[in-house]
Design a binder for this molecule. Structure first.
Ligand SMILES: Cc1ncc(COP(=O)(O)O)c(C=O)c1O
Length: 391
């Protein structure tokens, strides 16, 4: 049977009966690809998908690394790696509890790591966690605890971290991966980078959302060993303080932060974009309708920016964008008309170009905006550098 016929037969099994050719032997079809002897081996080897119109113009586009193809999403990688490294160093003792603050994706990964390596897992979340995620985390065996009040200045994130500190103080054996500061969070993305090298051969531009900073730092660092001129474009949400904007209430989850995580590798970025929720919703829904692959807030924001880079950058530049998760978790938010109508997010098409500011402290942005000055706000406080604005 020819390869073409085998492929056609998947779509139309009657073709198999129509052929008079003998069936290939099971031994000749045997392959270990796709076999997972243990749950942890389901993680990695995610596909890349070519994304083009209407996010990019005809003949142009970018490669999306579909991390939603992992059992829990992109954060399965750092969850397993952080747990395994801590156990190897003796920081995490056999059977000791794992406690972490998470808005969901890392929680799924830690539930997997806890199951595989036999540790009970407690996840501290907040009321913004989608009910579906809450149910899934519990089903995978994690204990989910929600804080009830935001911290007066550090928001929900700080409130979650404070509760984690209390839980750690209660049990001296308990271990917290601390994804905001743990260098193993970054190092975990070596595998993702090596998959991209093998899948694409050359990468000129990498587009990543930024939350803890783990994957942007880790993937860029590993890729630059092969492609030293790689441009790293970071994507954040409006009202996130990571790149120096003031923190405010945020609808978008996953990317963005109300603190300054140590894992953000500021000098690694060539450019950053802030994206607003309505713009991410438009991109998520457009991706779903045109490519049958989409995801949550960070996927929409990254796709918007990567599409713009494909439209305006050099034609030959090869762009890779990391899509951290799939759409399921967002059916009651990004993909719910009722939710989007309630928050004024429906039917708003983003501008063809982002606004540009010359300095992250130049103005408070509330829609898609880019900036090529990237500073660590821990080192450069607002008011210490003269701002300039270019619209
Ligand atoms: C869905 C989603 N997208 C993006 C990010 C940001 O990734 P990182 O923490 O590696 O910066 C996260 C982090 O939690 C996430 O859960």
């Amino acid at each position: 049977m020819t390869a073409a016929l085998r492929h056609d037969a998947v779509l139309n099994p009657a073709l198999l009966e129509a052929t008079s050719e003998p069936l290939p032997s099971p031994a000749s079809l045997l392959t270990t690809a796709g076999r997972c002897p243990r749950p942890a081996t389901m993680v990695g080897n995610t596909p890349v998908l070519w994304i083009t119109e209407p996010l990019a113009p005809t003949g142009r586009g970018f490669w999306a690394k579909l991390e939603g193809a992992n059992p829990g999403g992109m954060k399965d990688r750092p969850a397993l790696h952080m747990v395994e490294r801590a156990a190897a160093r003796g920081e995490l003792t056999p059977g000791a509890p794992i406690v972490e603050s998470t808005s969901g994706t890392l929680g799924l990964g830690l539930a997997l790591a806890g199951m595989v390596h036999r540790h009970p897992v407690t996840l501290v979340t907040d009321p913004g966690l989608e009910p579906l995620m809450h149910h899934m985390l519990a089903a995978y065996g994690a204990r989910v605890e929600s804080v009830t009040e935001p911290h007066p200045t550090g928001g929900w994130q700080q409130a979650r971290r404070d509760r984690v500190a209390e839980l750690l103080a209660d049990d001296p054996r308990a271990w917290c991966p601390d994804q905001y500061r743990n260098p193993d969070n970054r190092a975990a993305y070596e595998s993702l980078a090596m998959e991209l090298v093998a899948q694409l051969g050359r990468i000129d531009v990498l587009v990543c959302s930024v939350g803890t900073g783990g994957h942007s730092s880790g993937v860029a660092r590993a890729l630059r060993r092969y492609f030293p001129h790689l441009r790293l474009v970071g994507v954040d949400t409006v009202a996130s303080t990571i790149f120096g904007q003031p923190a405010g209430p945020r609808l978008m989850r996953g990317l963005g932060s109300s603190i300054h995580p140590d894992n953000v590798d500021y000098p690694a970025f060539d450019e950053i974009h802030w994206v607003a929720p309505a713009e991410a919703v438009w991109a998520c829904r457009t991706l779903a309708a045109t490519h049958h692959a989409s995801g949550g807030w960070s996927v929409g924001a990254v796709a918007l920016v990567a599409g713009w880079l494909a439209r305006t950058g050099e034609r030959e530049a090869r762009i890779a964008a990391v899509f951290p998760d799939g759409p399921l978790r967002y059916f009651d938010t990004v993909y719910s008309d009722a939710y989007c109508r309630e928050h004024g997010l429906l039917g708003i098409e983003p501008p063809v170009e982002p606004a540009t500011i010359a300095h992250p402290y130049a103005e408070v942005v509330d829609s898609w905006t880019r900036c090529t000055t990237v500073l660590d706000p821990k080192l450069h406080r607002p008011g210490t550098t003269a701002p300039g604005v270019a619209r």
